[in-house]
Ligand binder design. Structure first.
Ligand SMILES: NC(=O)c1ccc[n+]([C@@H]2O[C@H](COP(=O)([O-])OP(=O)(O)OC[C@H]3O[C@@H](n4cnc5c(N)ncnc54)[C@H](OP(=O)(O)O)[C@@H]3O)[C@@H](O)[C@H]2O)c1
Length: 291
């Protein structure tokens, strides 16, 4: 039986908490006693999700932050609001992400999949790292995908400007989630903050609904009955955010609640450092956080 006090006194921020895996993660962590903040793009949708999360978890401590995380200015504003609202931050769940069949460009002129799936979490984590460190032991949990295994970082064309494929961009961004986590874990070792990354399983959500590929349009309705429910998909992020079993565990990839080996490329420390530096430049972080 779940210990509904396990997260008492802890504050958690979950990006993309208005639906799918993020909302189910919010319900699970609020039910364990955490104060939970969720983010979404639309205030009405986010408030409606918060009402649902309060009802399903039995916890009143659910707050809403509204931001379009494909925009770096919005990520910075969000980080400022979180720092103003939360004197401590015990867990950051970088969950936001999606798939776009066609190439879209963000307000910052960046390819949307890379900007939202990788750079948003990269920037938000860096902006909140001091608060996480001050609240340590603290955790950064990033939702990647099994698609990371098929990923390749195209350092010559990170933005897919020469030749875009939705699947390739998604695979690359999910591999970037893993490499970001491993590099972050190396950089924050000894601070009391851990970084883990996970595959949630194939889950029945609104994933890819904004711009599905022709194949997705055919496959998703057929596959939906066999997909995990969002609450089952949230099991691993909830486990990594809350379980004493993974206290101190850092720089590991999980699926089905167990550590797993990730894409061979993800263990290339020089490539991870190169990706970190390029990401730092792309989000305009001039100085490394003081740890
Ligand atoms: N579903 C799967 O089978 C599966 C498998 C492997 C990995 N994943 C990963 O799991 C994570 C969550 O996916 P999901 O399936 O739960 O997707 P989802 O149902 O589409 O939920 C996505 C969430 O992200 C928010 N969001 C989307 N675009 C945003 C933006 N520009 N700015 C801020 N928030 C934004 C949405 O909120 P609003 O629309 O309200 O703004 C929503 O809360 C993703 O990282 C995905 O890659 C999913």
């Amino acid at each position: 039986m779940a210990d509904n006090h396990l997260m008492a006194g802890k504050t958690v921020l979950i990006t993309g908490g208005t639906g799918g895996i993020g909302k189910a993660t919010a319900i699970g962590l609020a039910a364990l006693g955490a104060r939970v903040g969720i983010t979404g793009r639309d205030a009405t949708r986010a408030q409606a999700a918060a009402v649902e999360i309060r009802k399903a978890s039995g916890s009143p401590s659910v707050e809403v932050f509204v931001a379009d995380l494909s925009s770096q200015a919005e990520v910075r504003r969000l980080a400022g609001e979180v720092l103003d609202s939360y004197p401590r931050l015990d867990v950051l769940v970088n969950n936001v992400g999606g798939f776009w069949a066609n190439r879209h460009v963000t307000a910052d002129g960046l390819e949307h999949t890379f900007a939202l799936n990788h750079l948003a979490g990269f920037l938000l984590t860096n902006l909140l790292l001091d608060r996480l460190t001050a609240s340590s032991p603290a955790r950064v949990v990033t939702v990647s995908s099994g698609a990371q295994a098929m990923g390749r970082i195209d350092f010559e064309d990170l933005q897919g400007s020469r030749n875009y494929s939705g699947q390739r961009a998604y695979n690359q961004s999910k591999l970037a989630n893993v490499m970001f986590t491993y590099e972050l874990a190396r950089r924050i070792e000894g601070t009391g903050v851990t970084a883990t990354v996970l595959h949630p399983g194939v889950v029945r959500t609104a994933f890819a609904a904004e711009d599905p590929s022709p194949m997705w349009k055919v496959m998703i309705p057929l596959a939906r009955p066999f997909m995990k429910t969002p609450s089952r998909g949230a099991a691993t992020p909830i486990y990594l955010a809350s379980s004493p079993e993974v206290e101190g565990v850092s720089g590991r990839y999980f699926a089905n609640g167990k550590p797993k080996t990730s894409n061979k490329v993800s263990y290339d420390t020089a490539a991870a450092e190169r990706l970190w530096q390029l990401s730092t430049d792309l989000v305009g972080l001039t100085t490394a956080p003081q740890i």
